[in-house]
Design a protein around this ligand. Structure first.
Ligand SMILES: Cc1cc2nc3c(=O)[nH]c(=O)nc-3n(C[C@H](O)[C@H](O)[C@H](O)COP(=O)(O)O)c2cc1C
Length: 316
């Protein structure tokens, strides 16, 4: 059975992590992933600390397995959410969109494992020195906020740069992706887009349907001007956003234009005017499935692929 250092570190059965997702990483999804042997992560997004506390309690009601909380460092409530996770002693804290260095000592003192998401080797090295337990190396293929380096290029370089376990994220949606990530030296994978297309994810059915219809070139990156490039399905909103960026709209104008768009797209299902975060791997996903089936199929496929690689060897 496939077991890696990530399984040992977090006490999970399979080296598969559900990336924290704003609006979608609810107790329902996180507990389903943890119950299926992966690591489920609550996405605190821009929600208030009380909401995060409530999701932690709900997750605990639905699973006895380890799970994590993702804190985007752009949230206006970072300090208070750190207090919540410390008090609740969650197993793992994942951070996104920034440098969590200053929070690591307190989290670790409480016995919480810290797993920042990074898009560069330099930040990975820095966070290892600061005491991170594992690193998610996330390539530009990912849904949500992205850097510029691809997963294929980033993962082996982060693996060479640090000694702690590395998790590959961005562009992974099946067992081939898991096998490839392990071949690059990662100890596990983190997926977002694949888990949006699960039965347990509360994403609006119209958004899920758009993901199923997507192909390899259906996503675009916008919001570079705001300093937080974001990958989502191309739609009327991204066209308008790009036009505004091109016309030299100010940061304030763009922020105002962007307000509330994520909730509108992901939860209310406005597929034209809402923001439909998605990774390039959306083109690979053809079916909504229960989380347990997604995880079991990926593990089985990766195991088959890894075992069959020896067929490439010839006697002569
Ligand atoms: C809808 C959506 C919302 C996301 N929100 C967050 C977030 O709040 N914090 C974060 O660190 N990453 C976020 N991500 C990134 C995921 O956690 C994950 O790393 C990424 O989706 C992996 O790439 P993939 O989409 O190719 O699987 C989000 C991704 C998606 C698709």
């Amino acid at each position: 059975m496939l077991k890696t250092a990530i399984c040992d570190l977090f006490g999970i059965e399979h080296p598969i992590i559900q990336g924290g997702m704003a609006h979608l990483g609810t107790a329902e999804l996180a507990s389903a992933v943890s119950n299926a042997g992966g690591l489920g992560i609550i996405g605190s997004g821009y929600y208030e600390p009380d909401w995060v506390r409530q999701q932690i309690h709900l997750t605990r009601q639905q699973t006895s397995q380890p799970f994590g909380v993702n804190i985007p460092l752009t949230s206006p409530f970072v300090e208070q959410i750190v207090e919540v996770v410390l008090k609740e002693k969650v197993s793992v804290v994942a951070t996104g969109a920034g440098n969590p260095e200053s929070y690591i000592p307190r989290l670790k003192q409480t016995g919480i494992k810290v797993m920042p998401v990074v898009g560069s080797v330099a930040l990975a090295k820095r966070l290892e020195r600061a005491g991170a337990d594992a690193i998610v190396a996330e390539g530009t293929e990912s849904g949500g906020h992205v850097g510029e380096t691809t997963t294929m290029v980033l993962v082996p370089q982060v693996v060479d740069g640090v000694r702690i376990p590395v998790v590959a994220a961005g562009g992974i949606g099946d067992g081939r992706g898991l096998a490839a990530a392990l071949a690059l030296g990662a100890q596990g994978i983190q997926m977002g887009t694949r888990f949006v297309c699960s039965t347990e994810c509360i994403a609006h059915p119209r958004y899920k349907q758009k993901l199923l219809e997507a192909h390899d070139r259906s996503t675009v990156v916008t919001r570079q001007v705001l300093g937080l490039p974001q990958r989502s399905l191309q739609n009327k909103l991204t066209d308008q956003f790009q036009a505004l960026e091109k016309a030299g709209a100010s940061k304030e104008e763009l922020e105002l234009f962007d307000r509330g768009r994520m909730y509108l797209g992901l939860i209310e299902g406005d597929i034209k005017e809402g923001s439909l975060l998605a990774g390039q791997i959306a083109g690979l996903i053809k079916e909504i499935k229960p989380v347990r089936v997604i995880i079991e199929e990926i593990v089985a496929e990766a195991e088959t692929i890894i075992a069959s690689l020896k067929n490439f060897y010839r006697e002569d």
